[in-house]
Design a protein around this ligand. Structure first.
Ligand code: GSH
Length: 202
């Protein structure tokens, strides 16, 4: 049994959109929980099994899986034929895993550091910075409309997400801006956006 703990207008919205893209809604029970929001509203929900009270959290037969990249990999492994991921164990699967892990380990930290205005040589040495993030995205998008080439995948769904929330962080590059716009216009994303119409900062 699969249960997703989700708070509207948060990082877990991407997983709800993924479930819709993959057409696996019959297999995943989505439960709404509260979280503390950046604006001071909201509170940790005792029903949420995430060890820090965050979202998303996916529970698979009692095992708690956190971190969006891990949840995406797990769902794509459980449902390999939805068209959202390449064939497992193929070279393209390696590239797919690389994008997801790079997002979680590098891209999101870089964007958070950029938003805070912090700078330190260790940060640059470890993560590089926004220019390198933009360059990686651009190099991929030079070869197709999506990061993995001709086909939209869960990688596009995850990697465009911070730019959907923080449009001002989007690199000033038409190739990247057009890709973000394409991702935001996917029916699954529009559906989730319409359902969660009231904006709340997370
Ligand atoms: N690294 C986690 C981050 C999860 C996260 O920070 N989620 C936010 C919602 S956007 C949250 O739950 N905030 C509530 C809190 O920090 O207590 C992931 O990507 O899944």
């Amino acid at each position: 049994m699969l249960t997703l703990f989700h708070a509207p207008q948060s990082r877990s919205s991407a997983i709800v959109a993924l479930i819709d893209e993959m057409k696996i809604a019959d297999w995943v029970d989505v439960r709404a929980v509260g979280i503390p929001r950046m604006d001071g509203s909201g509170a940790r929900d005792p029903a949420n099994p995430h060890p820090e009270g965050k979202v998303p959290a996916l529970v698979h037969d009692g095992v708690v899986i956190t971190e969006r990249a891990a949840i995406i990999l797990h769902l794509c492994t459980l449902f390999p034929d939805t068209g959202l991921s390449p064939a497992m164990a193929s070279p393209a699967w390696g590239a797919f895993v690389r994008w997801l892990v790079w997002y979680q380990g590098v891209m999101e930290p870089v964007l958070v550091v950029q938003a805070t205005g912090l700078s330190h040589p260790w940060l640059t040495a470890t993560f590089r910075g926004p220019d390198e993030v933009a360059q990686r995205l651009r190099s991929a998008l030079e070869h197709g409309p999506w990061l993995m080439g001709e086909q939209y995948s869960a990688v596009d769904l995850l990697l465009h997400s911070p730019f959907a929330w923080f449009t001002e962080a989007t690199p000033d590059d038409p190739l990247i801006r057009d890709w973000v716009a394409r991702c935001m216009n996917r029916p699954s994303r529009l559906l989730v956006k319409a359902r969660e119409a009231q904006p709340t900062a997370a």
